[in-house]
Design a protein around this ligand. Structure first.
Ligand code: MN
Ligand code: MN
Length: 308
C-alpha cells in the first residue's frame, strides 16, 4: 500500500491546478502531514512554466493513473471526466474546488471545500489563515500566480472580493508589483507559435457530458485573436479530428483576448445550434464574436450546457 497521499488538479493542468496542488502540499506539511505529494496530470503550460522558472523550482511529477485505494486530494476540479485515470477506485480524502459539482461520488466520507471564488488558490489562502499557518514567499507566489491566471488579473467576471483581498495580501508577502508580474506571466502563456493545431485544440480542453452527449470546450489565451485566426483552416481540421475520434456532438474552440477581454469562438459538430441558442448569435464561417466574454466556466459552459 502506497503511504503517500497525492494532490493534483485537473487534466490539461492550468496554473491554478499546478500551483494549488503545490500550495496544498506545503500547507499539509506545515500541518504535520509529510506524506502529501503534489502531482500533475499533464504537461506544464508556458504560463505555469514562467511561474516555476521565476521561483526556480521544478514542476510536480506526472501522474498517469492511480491504483485502487490510492489516497488522493483533489484541487481545482471534481468531475471524474477531468481527473486521473483510476479515480473511481481511489480513496478521495478531500476536495478543494471552485467549480460546479457534477459527476462526483465517493464511497467514504471526505473533506469537501467548495467556494464560488475566482480561483482555488483563494480558498487555500483562506485555509492558511484559518489554520494559523504562516505564508512564506514561495507559497505566496504560487497562490498569487494562480489567482492572476484564473481571474486574468482580476478582470474576469468570476473575480470575487475574496480574490481581490487575497491577491493584495499575497503581493505584499511576495513583495512584488503584481500588475507588472501578472502581465508578464499572462503574456508568457500566449505564445502559441510552437504548437501544432492538434496541440492547440487540446492545450486547455475540457470535456463535459450531458445526457450521454459529449462535448468539449477548449480555450486559448492570446493578445491577438487575428493572429490565431490565421490558422483557422488547420485548427478546424484538428477540431473535426477530435470530434470523430471522441464521438463528440460539439467542439467549441474559444480564443480569448486577455488584454481587451473578448472571445472569438469557433464551433463545429452536429450540435452547433446549441451555441447559437446559448449566445443569441448566428455562426458565420463557424464563428461568433463574444464581447466581454472571457470565462469558460461562468460565461461559456453554462450557456452551452443548458441548451445541450
Ligand atoms: Mn483550472
Ligand atoms: Mn481554477
Amino acid at each position: 500500500m502506497n503511504e503517500k497521499v497525492y494532490v493534483f488538479g485537473h487534466k490539461n493542468p492550468d496554473t491554478d491546478s499546478i500551483c494549488s496542488s503545490m500550495a496544498e502540499a506545503i500547507l499539509s506539511q506545515k500541518n504535520g502531514c509529510n506524506n502529501v505529494e503534489a502531482k500533475r496530470l499533464g504537461n506544464v503550460n508556458k504560463e505555469t512554466q514562467y511561474v516555476l522558472d521565476y521561483l526556480g523550482i521544478e514542476a510536480p511529477e506526472l501522474l498517469e493513473k492511480v491504483e485502487e485505494g490510492q489516497q488522493v486530494l483533489l484541487v481545482d476540479h471534481n468531475e471524474f471526466s477531468q481527473s486521473v485515470q483510476g479515480i473511481e477506485n481511489a480513496e478521495i480524502l478531500g476536495v478543494t474546488d471552485h467549480h460546479r459539482i457534477s459527476d462526483f461520488k465517493t464511497e467514504t466520507p471526505l473533506y469537501y471545500t467548495a467556494k464560488p471564488y475566482g480561483c482555488t488558490a483563494t480558498i487555500l489562502f483562506e485555509k492558511f489563515k484559518a489554520l494559523g499557518q504562516p505564508i512564506e514567499k514561495k507559497e505566496a507566489m504560487l497562490m498569487l500566480s494562480a489567482i492572476v491566471s484564473d481571474t486574468l488579473l482580476l478582470k474576469s467576471p468570476t473575480t470575487t472580493e475574496q480574490d481581490k483581498k487575497a491577491l493584495e495580501e499575497l503581493a505584499k508577502v511576495a513583495d512584488i508589483d503584481v500588475n507588472t508580474y501578472g502581465i508578464d506571466m499572462l503574456k508568457a502563456g500566449t505564445n502559441l507559435d510552437d504548437f501544432s493545431e492538434e496541440e492547440l485544440v487540446n492545450l486547455d480542453a475540457k470535456k463535459s457530458e450531458k445526457d450521454g452527449q459529449k462535448f468539449v470546450i477548449a480555450q486559448v489565451n492570446t493578445v491577438s485573436i487575428e493572429d490565431v485566426l490565421k490558422r483557422k483552416e488547420q485548427i478546424e481540421k484538428a477540431m473535426w479530428k477530435e470530434i470523430e475520434n471522441n464521438d463528440l456532438q460539439l467542439f467549441v474552440f474559444a480564443i480569448t483576448d486577455i488584454l481587451n477581454s473578448n472571445t472569438q469562438i469557433i464551433a463545429l459538430g452536429n450540435k452547433t445550434d446549441v451555441v447559437e441558442k446559448g449566445f443569441g448569435k448566428t455562426l458565420e464561417n463557424d464563428m461568433a464574436f463574444l464581447e466581454g466574454v472571457v470565462s469558460r466556466k461562468k460565461q461559456i459552459l453554462p450557456n452551452i450546457d443548458k441548451n445541450m
